[in-house]
Design a protein around this ligand. Structure first.
Ligand code: DX5
Ligand code: ZN
Length: 234
C-alpha cells in the first residue's frame, strides 16, 4: 500500500474517533435510592448523555435491582434517554413494558436469548433502539451475522450483577475487534462498555473505538459527580 494512502487511513481513523461523540451513561444502580430525585436532577444538569438503568432478576444474575415502577418514576424527571440494560432471562416478555415505562434504548443479553434476531426485531418494532449485551466470556464474533441490525452492542467489562467491580483488561481488545468488524462493513452500530469504568480507563476505551461508557461507582461515589462526568469525556 502506498505510504500516502496508509497515512490517509490513519488520519481518517483518528479524525473519525476524535469527532465521534463521547457518550456517558451513568448507572443509577450506584445512586442514592433514598434521594433518587436529587441524583436525577444532578444528571439532568450534568454532561451525562443517557441514564443507564440496570434491571436484574436474581436468576440471570445473582442480584435483584429494581423494576418497572422505578423506571416509570425516573422517566417522569429524566430529561435524557433511558438506556435500559436487561439482565433477565427470557427478556422478550418485558420489552413492551419497559418501552411503556420510558426506555429509549433496550439492551438484552446474548446469553439470555434463544432467538436473538427475533428479539432485536421486536425491540425495533416498538420504535426504540435495540442492543445486544455480551458477557466477558462471549466473543464478539458471535455477532457477525446480526451486527448490521443492531443500534448498539454493550460489552460487559465485569461479570454482570453488581456495581463497583474491577475492570477486566481484556475488554480493550474486544472493543478493537468489534470496532474493526463495524467499520469494515460500514455499519453505524455503537459500542458501549459497562463495568469498572473510571477516569483512568475511559480515554483508552474511547481510543480503542468505544462510543459510550457506563459508569456507576466512578460517578456516584466521587466527591464531584458532575465534574467526574466531564472528566470521563476527556
Ligand atoms: C453491572 C451493571 C453495571 C453497573 C456498573 O452488572 O450492568 O451497569 O452498575 O457499575 P460500576 O461502574 O460501578 O462498575
Ligand atoms: Zn449495566
Amino acid at each position: 500500500m502506498p505510504l500516502v494512502f496508509s497515512l490517509f487511513i490513519i488520519f481518517a481513523k483518528t479524525f473519525k474517533y476524535n469527532v465521534m461523540q463521547k457518550i456517558i451513561s451513568p448507572s443509577l444502580l450506584s445512586a442514592d435510592f433514598l434521594h433518587l430525585a436529587d441524583d436525577i436532577t444532578m444528571l439532568n444538569e450534568s454532561q451525562a448523555d443517557w441514564y443507564h438503568l440496570d434491571i436484574m432478576d436474581g436468576v440471570f444474575v445473582p442480584n435483584i435491582s429494581y423494576g418497572i415502577p422505578v423506571v416509570q418514576a425516573i422517566n417522569k424527571m429524566a430529561t435524557k434517554p433511558l438506556d435500559v440494560h436487561l439482565m433477565i432471562v427470557d427478556p422478550d416478555r418485558y420489552f413492551e413494558a419497559f418501552k411503556e415505562a420510558g426506555a429509549s434504548i433496550i439492551t438484552f443479553h446474548y446469553e439470555a436469548s434463544t432467538h436473538v434476531h427475533r428479539s432485536v426485531q421486536k425491540i425495533k418494532s416498538l420504535g426504540i433502539k435495540a442492543g445486544v449485551v455480551l458477557n466477558p466470556h462471549t466473543p464478539v464474533s458471535v455477532l457477525e451475522d446480526i451486527l448490521g441490525d443492531l443500534d448498539l452492542v454493550l460489552l460487559m467489562s465485569v461479570n454482570p450483577g453488581f456495581g463497583g467491580q474491577k475492570f477486566i483488561e481484556r475488554t480493550y481488545s474486544k472493543v478493537e475487534k468489534l470496532r474493526d468488524m463495524i467499520d469494515k462493513n460500514g455499519y453505524n452500530t455503537l459500542i458501549e462498555v459497562d463495568g469498572g469504568v473510571n477516569t483512568e480507563n475511559a480515554p483508552k476505551l474511547f481510543a480503542a473505538g468505544a462510543n459510550a461508557l457506563v459508569a456507576g461507582n466512578a460517578v456516584f461515589k466521587s466527591e464531584d459527580p458532575k465534574k467526574t462526568i466531564e472528566l470521563l469525556k476527556l
